[in-house]
Design a binder for this molecule. Sequence first.
Ligand SMILES: [Zn+2]
Length: 284
Amino acid sequence: MATNDGVSQPGAEWDEAQCKAALARLEQLQEDLANLRLNLPRVVEPFTSHSTSSPAMFQAFKKSVVASQNDIRSIRNHWHSQDVQSIFEHTTQSLNKNSDLTASANVPRYGWVKAQTKEKEAARRKNDGVQKLEDTVVNLTNEDVTRDILEFQKTHTNIKALTKDDNQNLLFQFVAGSVKLRIRVVIEREANGRHKLNAECLGTVEPFLAITRCISSRPKVKDFKYLLDMIAAYKNIKGTSCAKCSRLIDNAALIPTARRSKQIIGANGTPEIVWEAFHEGCLD
Ligand SMILES: [Zn+2]
């Protein structure tokens, strides 16, 4: 419970990731505290059972008391841990610097633990993707981008593709189902001729955040055409259920926010690429 999960020392300025890690830590602490409410009913429970013998009743009572003490000890340790104390200290310093807390009304109380778990999973998938790609790195020239975009615009007339900054900043806009999606792709060129493709679905709430995570964790992260095909798949696979669990919405009530391709053998015996929809949690 008390691991150092990205929560930093007080004093220094915290970045977004550190604040999110701190919020997740506090949410977990709050949940552990809330669970303490069940301890009294648990301790009393053996006495409400008339069929149990006295020694068995005492054993059950003893077990519940010990478990309850362990829970309290665990919360105390967590509360006094360096991480949590750092958070308290940081919030005190931050409050002294600026006592206007009105912006905090827009910060959700729940969901930080879940978001942190998802981000870790996405980072792991992204790392896997980068490793798989290293042997297939291709250079991407500006001419390649121009040609691929033109071809994309011809094939996908229902997707608006805007380019600026000499093709380095691209925006794709379309309506998928009832949701308007805006996906931004920024091509970052490094001095050694390599490039990075940063793609983001614009929006600060779900499903947009999940779509960004699912695009970021895609395989072939440097393949521009693959990314374009993935964007098109968000438009072209409609109201579909997840290719893995077959359900329309997952436990978080989210639609399938990922698109992944697979190769199949087509009707005439030639290999074809098809795109499928997945929930974020259903990705391998
Ligand atoms: Zn699924």
